[in-house]
Design a protein around this ligand. Structure first.
Ligand SMILES: Nc1ncnc2c1ncn2[C@@H]1O[C@H](COP(=O)(O)OP(=O)(O)OP(=O)(O)O)[C@@H](O)[C@H]1O
Ligand SMILES: [Mg+2]
Length: 387
């Protein structure tokens, strides 16, 4: 049993880690997509700037080509008519043509470089866009997969947690059974067994006194009758505690009413039992379940609620019996409390109530909040089957 609990804890841990790492993976893919998007954006900006530069340069080259052509023409005219020009003029025209030629060559080189760079950027952009597209597709796919997976996994981990709690409940039930046996044994040992031993001694005394002192014998017999009567009471109490026979003898509703009355006497909490509809006697297992759940609800009210008033409403419909046990006490945070259930500290009362009701295909619900009292509501099909 212990080994199983450890295994379930371990599986639970593995499931949690798996969901965590899937989530992390999703974040990483998201990061990749994000940086691909940024890369595309910056390449586009760079490309835009480059295109502007290229078009400026093309215009400059155009202008320069015309200037250079003119300078060559001028040089030709001067060389043909060099008699009309000074040496200074010739040198100037020559230098000018040569400078323009060099400048043009440089600009053309620059233009070629820029165009190459533009081509390079365009290729990079195409590749980055491909990565981006892939990453975006992956983000969507992983998102869908994750939704399926983490949905199922967390369902599974809830189921496992539920199983775990049921296991704990099983242990608790076994422990409670053992304690109950010990208690009954102790009750019989301390009560009736002791008394019967006493009875044996006293009858022996009577035997001996019979011929000597008839009056003394009468007293002893009276004494004996009291002891036997007390023992009978003790035995009846032990039997009642084991199983409220009165359900069979008195019927369910009178038993609940009597239990409510005794509870009220013992605790000072006012109990009202309200019966709605025609209550018919049901299968014994249904009646005993209803009684045990009401009993645990009242136990909790006594132990925890600080209530002044309790109402037990028992409503019979065609197919179901619906019971509401409502108190006006301090209330509690149901979800939080149920999470705290463990073997050491207990808190199996509610779990046990739910388990009993669900075993008979019933429904169980607690409505409570701090300061607003508590209602335990449960519904069980009368014939013990689903409707
Ligand atoms: N009527 C109520 N009013 C206020 N608090 C309640 C009421 N019923 C239950 N609780 C709270 O819910 C917790 C769980 O109840 P549950 O019956 O499961 O366990 P328990 O009574 O503490 O222990 P056990 O029943 O195992 O002896 C209680 O400890 C208490 O804090
Ligand atoms: Mg309890």
């Amino acid at each position: 049993m212990k080994k199983n609990i450890v295994n379930i804890n371990r599986i639970n841990e593995i499931l949690k880690k798996t969901i965590d790492s899937i989530n992390k993976g999703k974040e990483e893919i998201f990061d990749i997509a994000e940086s691909a998007r940024k890369e595309c954006e910056s390449i586009r900006i760079e490309l835009e700037e480059l295109k502007e530069k290229v078009s400026r340069l093309v215009k400059e080259v155009d202008v320069l080509e015309i200037e250079e052509k003119n300078s060559r023409k001028k040089l030709m005219v001067i060389s043909k008519n060099f008699k009309f020009y000074t040496e200074e003029d010739i040198k100037k025209a020559y230098d000018n043509a040569k400078n323009l030629q060099i400048l043009l060559m440089l600009k053309r080189q620059e233009e070629r470089d820029l165009i190459n760079k533009r081509r390079e950027l365009e290729i990079r952009l195409i590749n980055a866009e491909k990565v981006l597209k892939k990453a975006e597709k992956l983000v969507t796919q992983v998102g869908v997969a994750l939704e399926y997976l983490s949905g199922d996994l967390s369902d599974l981990s809830e189921t496992i947690e539920d199983m775990h709690k049921k296991q704990l409940l099983g242990i608790k039930i076994l422990k409670a059974q053992e304690e109950e046996r010990q208690r009954v044994a102790r009750d019989i040992h301390d009560g009736p067994a002791q008394s019967l031993a006493n009875v044996v001694i006293k009858t022996e005394i009577c035997e001996k006194l019979l011929d000597i002192d008839a009056n003394k014998v009468r007293d002893e017999l009276k004494n004996l009758k009291n002891i036997v009567r007390e023992s009978l009471k003790d035995i009846r109490k032990i039997i009642y505690d084991l199983r409220p026979m009165s359900i069979d003898d008195l019927g369910f509703i009178p038993t609940v009413k009597r239990y409510g009355y005794n509870f009220s006497e013992e605790t000072g909490i006012n109990v009202e039992v309200l019966v709605i509809g025609q209550f018919k006697s049901m299968e014994s297992i249904v009646e005993i379940t209803l009684f045990r759940v009401i009993q645990e609800a009242l136990n909790n009210i006594k132990k925890h609620s600080k209530a002044k008033n309790v109402q037990i409403k028992i409503e019979t419909t065609l197919k179901n019996i619906i019971v509401v046990v409502k108190d006006d006490g301090i209330g509690f945070n149901v979800e939080k409390k149920l999470k705290e259930t463990n073997v050491v500290e207990g808190g199996f009362g509610i779990l046990g109530m739910r388990e009993r009701v669900e075993l008979l295909n019933g429904e169980f619900q607690i409505i409570s909040s701090i300061g607003k009292g508590t209602s335990i509501i449960f519904k069980i099909p009368i014939d013990g089957k689903d409707d």
